[in-house]
Design a protein around this ligand. Structure first.
Ligand code: NAP
Length: 304
């Protein structure tokens, strides 16, 4: 049976001229367990040395329900201040728009301040990608578009992306933007397959958005499957993993990367060895038969 194409060694971020590795690293958990700036720097080096140049954070990472807002960005900011040359080696992405104690805020006043605050915590002049973390249904997309365009014109953010948007929310923002959206970041994993069938990935291909998959291992559940669904999906991944001499988690990343939309899985591990191992996903090949076997296990029922 013929193989699906392997991912390229670099992808363009949407329609931009920014080249990113086909796998990213996420810093949701970076500020956990009192990690020091020295240890965070070691992780950043491990990521870059593994060939991953696409780093994803958010202003809310580190927030534990009461405090810690901004902590993950601030920790990365310390790393960058100590070694400014690292900035040139990475495509830096962050997000904003979730504003505790309110759920979401994308008013012009809030967004403009949130972008400035992120830059100041990260100790950088600009980020390469700024994403709306979750949609604020009380913000008019035309107004959001103007605010973000102003940030692009001011040189604070190079490109714009969305996360957790519905298809219609993405279409509405895209309609009002005079610059092109470049990314969308939904939850996608072999345990969360809604995107494959609800049109989100088809829209990404139509609009030229690079999809970034958050929680590509289902938040780690694929490494330790418990429910019958998780066990069935793990078994389908294990078949390919064992045949190609890689771990199940690597097979999971590569399964996402085999999709024609060019999905970029965001590795969530904060362990250097696991992050480096993730890059093995670039060489795992899939047949249609094996790929659909994972999908069928995730669906829990045969294809029609
Ligand atoms: P994930 O890769 O699904 O899960 C990572 C978790 O699994 C870590 O706690 C990791 O622990 C654990 N794990 C256990 N065994 C592992 C193994 N063999 N290999 C790798 N990890 C293993 O991803 P995630 O952390 O949930 O999310 C990834 C990124 O997506 C985040 O960092 C963030 O950038 C993004 N995200 C975005 C949103 C959004 O709303 N846009 C939401 C959630 C996440 P260790 O660290 O100990 O390895």
């Amino acid at each position: 049976m013929s193989q699906l194409p392997l991912p390229p060694s670099f992808r363009a971020l949407g329609s931009s001229d920014i080249a990113v590795s086909p796998i990213a690293w996420g810093m949701w958990r970076l500020a956990e367990n009192g990690r020091s700036a020295a240890d965070a720097a070691k992780l950043v080096h491990a990521v870059l040395d593994a060939g991953i140049n696409f780093l994803d954070t958010a202003d809310i990472y580190g927030f534990d329900g009461t405090g810690g807002f901004g902590d993950a960005e601030a920790l990365l900011g310390e790393v960058l201040a100590a070694e400014p040359a690292l900035r040139d080696r990475m495509v830096l992405a962050t997000k904003g728009g979730i504003a505790p104690p309110l759920p979401y805020d994308q008013s012009p006043e809030y967004l403009a301040k949130a972008i400035d605050a992120s830059l100041s915590r990260l100790k950088v002049d600009s980020v390469d990608l700024w994403q709306i973390h979750r949609p604020d249904i009380l913000a008019h997309p035309q107004e959001v578009a103007r605010t973000l365009e102003n940030a692009v014109s001011a040189g604070k953010i190079r490109t714009i992306g969305v996360s957790n948007f519905t298809i219609h929310q993405t279409a509405a923002l895209s309609h009002f933007l005079n610059v092109k959206l470049v990314t969308t970041q939904p939850e996608i994993s072999p345990l969360r397959i809604t995107c494959f069938e609800n049109g989100e990935l088809d829209q990404a291909m139509m609009l030229g958005l690079t999809p970034m998959a958050w929680s590509p291992l289902g938040g780690g559940r694929l490494a330790d499957p418990q429910t019958p669904e998780e066990i069935a999906v793990a078994a389908a991944l294990d078949g390919v993993a064992q045949a190609q001499g890689v771990s199940r988690t690597v097979a999971a990343y590569s399964w996402l990367m085999a999709h024609p939309a060019g999905i970029i899985p965001i590795i969530g591990s904060q362990q250097a060895a696991r992050i480096a191992e993730g890059v093995e996903a670039l060489k795992v090949t899939w047949t249609r038969e094996d790929w659909y076997a994972v999908l069928v296990a995730a669906r829990g029922e045969r294809l029609p």
